[in-house]
Ligand binder design. Structure first.
Ligand code: ADP
Ligand code: MG
Length: 263
């Protein structure tokens, strides 16, 4: 039965999508059955995974959410083969701009925060891991993702300001745990885009250690900043395919091993 991990941080540009993509492929390389869900209307994860381009994805998570919202009695989803796509052994559900129109509908819906759960829960038996990439906000879409998750992985890029906003994210997680999803945990903080040798990195890391005070794990695998990551995305590949020996590739493999060892 799959563990559902949501990759979250309401800040943009902290490598949520890059981490979801590379963690999914690293887990797959370990022989795990993985489903990656793009839950951001920007569709960046879909761009990473759809080998023939975003426009080749006919049915997205927004369509499934719509079906769910519009079903009065029992919801009937299309065949899985119509909405689950494959990228070199990683299954995925794509997203596009239509997801942003779902937000308003969810707010008007009784129990709207459990809509994604209705779609994802039935898929648990098919996978070892379901990874959900989220949009940079703490709105109803992210709450939907938290409502179905077992764990949240928080990506943090160690910069000035990077700890600001963590309180709000953790408060949202605690509220979702209390009100909607009692099993929700925080698997840990994954440091991304790290410039290890800078003073700034060391200071922010120190602040983060004090902030988490051993109550929230910081993954040992820390992802270095390297141009190979940007290049790999540009080439439409995960970083292991693009440059197997690059430090980011090795770090994402270590992250996958840590995730598996937390089972
Ligand atoms: P988010 O999903 O949190 O908005 P992204 O995954 O889209 O963040 O990453 C933001 C940008 O940072 C992208 O352009 C990506 O190529 C770049 N990036 C992500 N991780 C790294 C890294 N380890 N080294 C260098 N650039 C990175
Ligand atoms: Mg993103």
């Amino acid at each position: 039965m799959a563990e559902i991990i949501v990759v979250a941080n309401q800040k943009g540009g902290v490598a949520k999508t890059t981490t979801t993509f590379n963690l999914a492929s690293s887990l797959r390389a370990m022989g795990k059955r993985v489903l990656a869900v793009d839950f951001d209307h920007q569709g960046n994860l879909t761009s990473c995974l759809a080998k023939e381009g975003k426009q080749s994805i006919d049915m997205t998570i927004a369509d499934l959410m719509n079906i769910c919202i519009e079903s009065e009695d029992e919801m009937v989803l299309p065949e899985k083969s119509e909405y689950i796509y494959d990228c070199d052994g990683v299954d995925f559900i794509g997203s596009n701009r239509a997801l942003s129109t779902i937000e308003a509908k969810l707010l008007a819906e009784a129990g709207g925060e459990r809509t994604l759960a209705e779609i994802i829960e039935p898929l648990r038996d098919d996978y070892d891991y379901i990874l959900i990439d989220t949009n940079p906000s703490l709105g109803i879409l992210t709450i939907n993702a938290l409502a179905v998750a077992d764990d949240v992985m928080i990506t943090v890029s160690p910069q000035y300001f990077s700890l600001e906003g963590l309180d709000d994210l953790i408060k949202s997680i605690v509220k979702v745990r209390k009100r909607i999803n009692p099993k929700l945990g925080i698997s840990g903080i994954c440091l991304t885009m790290c410039h290890f040798r800078t003073k700034l990195y060391r200071r922010v890391y120190q602040d983060l250690m004090e902030y988490t005070a051993d109550k929230i794990k910081i993954f040992d695998a820390k992802i270095p900043y390297t141009i190979k990551v940007g290049e790999s995305l540009y080439a439409g590949e995960n970083v292991a395919e693009y440059s197997a020996t690059s430090p980011a590739s090795i770090a994402y493999q270590s992250l996958a091993k840590e995730v598996v060892s937390c089972e």
